[in-house]
Design a protein around this ligand. Structure first.
Ligand SMILES: NC(=O)c1ccc[n+]([C@@H]2O[C@H](COP(=O)([O-])OP(=O)(O)OC[C@H]3O[C@@H](n4cnc5c(N)ncnc54)[C@H](OP(=O)(O)O)[C@@H]3O)[C@@H](O)[C@H]2O)c1
Length: 259
């Protein structure tokens, strides 16, 4: 039986993608830290759609987390043909207000685990006649964002790595898609402790996790290379591309770099 493995599927965009895939009768493997949320989502999707769903609670900052996920799949004979690297979070504030451990933990989840899972699951994905890797980056990946500097840089990494990997895999059955959401109403802002100006700006333009998830899953099945969610976010990324970096960075600092 084939499965879609989704990291960060206990809540937010990851949960919404799980719900969309379940409605398409796709078997699912859910991964995040919060066992209670994963278990209740798995149970409700199994009941509602008659699909197979299992879950694995793991903190992706733990050393060896990616290997544990692969071992869990191997032991249970779960064959993955869709890998969705969605788990991620931000740290908002000046760079030196966080410890080196806090910084590298975020890099571990946003970047290293994503790379490790691509490396660990690629041999199996390549065996499938058609397979997908969907990596979730961010519109923050298009520019430096003072106040979210390392987060934005981690998402730039995701975007460039994913595009390169897509090219490398063009003669295989594996399609790599990168989706760049802008502000989305999830627990992200709370966990990142986003500045109040950024939250206020978000109130007017944020998308729902369901809308973002729908765009992401459609882009994945269409085999698209890179998709920015929503018109306003596309416009924003275009302006960032057109404007001198000093201007876009000063504007971002005014929104994200409070204090
Ligand atoms: N919301 C936005 O405005 C926005 C904008 C652009 C990009 N994104 C990106 O979209 C993706 C999904 O974020 P979201 O907005 O849906 O945020 P969210 O509601 O906070 O969900 C984040 C998911 O990642 C999981 N996660 C976080 N840290 C983890 C860890 N150490 N180990 C295992 N799982 C972990 C969380 O599960 P547990 O808490 O259960 O571990 C949760 O399922 C992220 O990559 C984020 O960077 C979000």
């Amino acid at each position: 039986m084939k499965y879609a493995l989704i990291t960060g599927s206990s809540r937010g965009i990851g949960k919404a993608m799980a719900e969309i895939l379940a409605a398409k009768k796709q078997n699912l493997l859910l991964v995040a830290r919060t066992a209670g949320l994963l278990e209740s989502l798995a149970n409700s999707l199994k009941q509602q759609y008659g699909i197979d769903v299992d879950w694995f609670a793991v903190d992706l900052t733990e050393p060896g987390a990616s290997v544990k996920i692969l071992q869990w799949c191997t032991e249970n004979e779960y064959s993955v043909d869709i890998l969705i690297n969605n788990a991620g979070y931000g740290l908002s504030g000046s760079f030196d207000s966080f410890s080196a451990k806090e910084q590298t933990d975020m890099m571990q989840v946003n970047m290293n685990v994503l790379v490790e899972l691509c490396a660990l699951f690629l041999p199996e994905l390549k065996k499938a006649p058609a397979a997908h890797i969907l990596n979730i980056a961010s519109t923050a990946s298009y520019q430096a964002v003072p106040g979210l500097s390392l987060y934005a840089a981690s998402k730039s990494f995701v975007r460039y790595f994913s595009r390169g990997l897509r090219h490398e895999l063009k003669h295989t059955g594996v399609r790599v898609t990168t989706v760049c959401p802008g502000g989305t109403n999830t627990d992200f802002a709370e966990r990142a402790n986003l500045a109040s100006k950024a939250r206020k700006a978000g109130e007017k333009v944020n998308m729902s996790s369901e809308a973002v998830a729908k765009i992401a899953i459609n882009a994945m099945y269409a085999g698209k290379a890179e998709v920015i969610t929503g018109f306003i976010n596309k416009l924003g990324a275009t302006l960032v591309w057109l404007l001198p970096k000093k201007i876009s960075e000063t504007v971002a600092a005014g929104i994200y770099n409070e204090g």
